[in-house]
Design a protein around this ligand. Structure first.
Ligand code: ARG
Length: 678
């Protein structure tokens, strides 16, 4: 079946989409009314059976409602995009196809509701289409279960006959047992990429805006940040970047551990070591050392231990001198951390555990009065499910003090109710999975988390050394992060010198390249691994210029940009050319590259589902290998024997520039900083 429509949607199409959006809105209104009458029903005939039936129906309706709402948003955006196409060129191909096939399937089987729409992209076997709709098998089973004879191929044919003509699909064909192979239109790809060049900007797909709080980095004040916190910092920053790019309202929060009993010994030790600390700011250079000294005294000297406990009590009752000492200790640590954030260009706002002091009192009081707390060996605990089933949160210790759990309960309430977050993301190592699981359950029990909230624990594995053991220095100490970054810089420079780049680059360029490579490779090697797994930290591997590494990709981008530069065509000229010249997509490799570029929005949408950034890294790698294929078979610039440029293929240089723009945008989301020359 060929769908030979003009490449832009006609006014009729736009009207159609608008009508469908309006129809869906009417359906939503009706569903809301139905829901309300269901609730009324429950009130009147509140027996158990009807209750369960109604609850089931209610859940189904809610689900349908959510799908419809999403559909309306999508329809509206499609409609508006086509009226003013320049405003939002980066569409989600998956969503567009989903919407087209949703309509086709509904039209093919109007008597059935909620039939599954399954769209997958197909990179491995291009002869079977760019995408596939794999709904026919499931639908045929559903129909057979109702007693009607049919086959998946019949279903597939029926669906195909109902696909409306549109600007996206070149043709569809039924294959095998009942797959629907979908081939995209060149003109569609061309129009999206051309618009992108004209806009000089890669716009994100449109999603409903939410307020998202990302809790990341979050080191503990008393001790120095370790590699686990570095992972949280890198992953959390990149998640924030993606969500910001999608237009969400993102709160980047550093939930530092700046409260708790360990401060007692630190304060007591500070008072001894620097008796005039109230007048002269104490010159603590390494908090790590300071912590160790005080811990040693705490363990060995009972008198000191007693004083440490007294300091905790004083701190919690806000004794002015002790508070000052505590602040001094925090500020030493804050300075060290800030240096790291500055080097890695990471923005984050501190709202540490101490912020919740009064709120911890409040939440304990509230939970207690509502009967959620139970006595357990002198402690007050809250169970996530039934007592004895899991590990409870300790809300009050036997000595009356609060814990990490208490601060997290207070924090989640504050975040959802006062900061009005719709979505909270905790970027914390997998070792704390039980803690966050129970926290979620308790907050749900207390009605703090409701059905409109989304809560994710973005967990990650530990960092291993090349010996596959926990990443430590040779003498078994935790590795200082500033030293690690220094080592990265040293190795990056070594690498650049090995390639004799120091002979071609100016000093400034060399420094920029060195930093870009060093920090880029540390970030990228973390992000490119599936975060759930442990990962081996190896400078040798991350600085390799072959394979899926930051170095390879950063080079790839500079190389792409250098093609036009070598032909004396500026970026600006290329983008301006988009007004008059057609982007070249005739060659099979050109079109292949364009189709990879078109997937950018879908990769981002996938990341919003599982919050795994390796999808974006794999995508960058795919762009760069597909670009190489294109470049190997398509001349962009032709030169004569003496190396003079004799022919410039503008359409191809435009495709190269579109590739560079998307790569650059993706790098930005991964926290990589491309340089012009390296
Ligand atoms: N400070 C904690 C640690 O180092 C991480 C805090 C994570 N955030 C939270 N809301 N619990 O283990």
């Amino acid at each position: 079946m060929h769908l030979n429509e003009p490449d832009k949607m006609s006014t009729r199409d736009v009207e159609l989409f608008q009508k469908r959006a309006a129809a869906a809105e009417t359906e939503i209104r009706k569903l809301k009314e139905a829901l309300k009458s269901l609730y009324d029903d429950v009130k009147v005939h509140g027996n158990n059976e009807t209750m369960i039936r109604l609850q089931n129906e209610n859940a189904k309706l809610k689900h349908r409602l959510a799908i419809l709402k999403r559909a309306v948003e999508c329809e509206k955006s499609i409609a508006s995009e086509n009226v003013i196409q320049d405003q939002n060129p980066t569409l989600s191909i998956q969503e567009l196809l989903h919407s087209l096939f949703r309509e086709a399937i509904d039209a093919a089987y109007p008597e059935l509701t909620d039939l599954p729409v399954i769209i997958v992209s197909n990179d491995k076997t291009p002869q079977f289409g760019d995408y596939q709709c794999n709904s026919a098998m499931l639908i045929s089973n559903l129909i057979k279960a109702k007693g009607t004879k049919t086959s998946p191929r019949d279903v597939a044919n029926k669906i195909v006959s109902k696909v409306k003509s549109n600007s996206l699909i070149e043709r569809v064909e039924v294959a095998g047992v009942g797959f629907v192979n979908i081939f995209l239109k060149r003109d569609f790809a061309a129009s999206i990429l051309t618009t992108m060049l004209k806009r000089r900007q890669v716009l994100p797909p449109c999603v409903p805006k939410q307020r998202v709080l990302v809790d990341f980095s979050s080191p503990n004040i008393a001790k120095e940040m370790h590699v686990g916190h570095l992972r949280s910092t890198i992953i959390g920053d990149s998640i924030s970047r993606v969500l910001e790019y999608l237009g969400h309202d993102v709160l980047r929060i550093n939930h530092i551990g700046d409260w708790g009993t360990q401060f007692g010994m630190l304060v007591a030790h500070l008072q001894d070591r620097f008796p005039d600390y109230l007048i002269v700011s104490p010159p603590i250079s390494s908090l790590q050392e300071f912590y160790k000294e005080s811990k040693k005294r705490f363990d060995e000297d009972p008198l000191f231990k007693k004083r440490a406990y007294e300091c905790v009590v004083k701190l919690q009752s806000f004794d002015a001198d002790v508070l000052k000492a505590w602040q001094m200790i925090c500020s030493v640590s804050r300075k060290v951390n800030q240096q790291l954030y500055d080097r890695l260009e990471i923005k984050i706002t501190e709202i540490g555990e101490s912020f919740y002091q009064s709120r911890m009192v409040d939440i304990v009081e509230e939970l207690e009065s509502r009967g959620f707390l139970e006595e357990d060996d002198g402690r007050k605990v809250m169970w996530g499910t039934k007592p004895g089933v899991d590990i409870p949160l300790t809300m009050v210790k036997s000595d009356g003090g609060f814990t990490y759990d208490t601060s997290d309960m207070a924090a989640i309430k504050y975040r959802l109710e006062e900061q009005k977050a719709d979505w909270v993301i905790y970027v914390v190592d997998a070792g704390q999975a039980t803690h966050f699981d129970t926290l979620k359950k308790c907050a749900k029990r207390a009605g703090i988390i409701t059905s409109k909230h989304r809560i994710d624990h973005v967990e990650f594995g530990v960092v291993l050394g090349e010996d596959k053991k926990k990443f430590k220095t040779r003498s078994g100490e935790t590795i200082q992060l500033s030293k690690l970054l220094d080592e990265g810089l040293r190795r990056a420079l070594e690498k650049l010198k090995e390639k004799e780049r120091d002979k071609f680059l100016t000093n400034d360029e060399l420094l920029a390249a060195q930093e870009s490579i060093a920090y880029g490779c540390i970030k990228y090697s973390d992000l490119s691994h599936n975060r759930i797994k442990n990962y081996v930290f190896s400078f040798d591997r991350m600085l390799d210029d072959k394979g899926n590494t930051a170095v390879y990709l950063l080079y790839a981008l500079t190389r792409i940009r250098s093609i036009a530069r070598a032909a004396n065509v500026s970026q600006e000229q290329l983008r301006a050319a988009a007004e008059t010249t057609a982007i070249s997509l005739e060659h099979e490799k050109e079109f292949k590259l364009a189709k990879v570029l078109l997937k950018f929005s879908d990769v981002l949408l996938e990341i919003t589902k599982d919050l795994c950034l390796h999808h974006l890294c794999e995508y960058c790698y795919e762009i760069s290998t597909t670009f190489t294929e294109f470049y190997d078979s398509c001349y962009c610039v032709e030169k004569n024997q003496v190396g003079e440029v004799v022919k410039i293929n503008m359409g191809r240089l435009m495709l190269a520039e579109a590739t560079a723009m998307i790569m650059e945008q993706a790098f930005n989301l991964l926290g990589l900083k491309p340089v012009e020359r390296m």
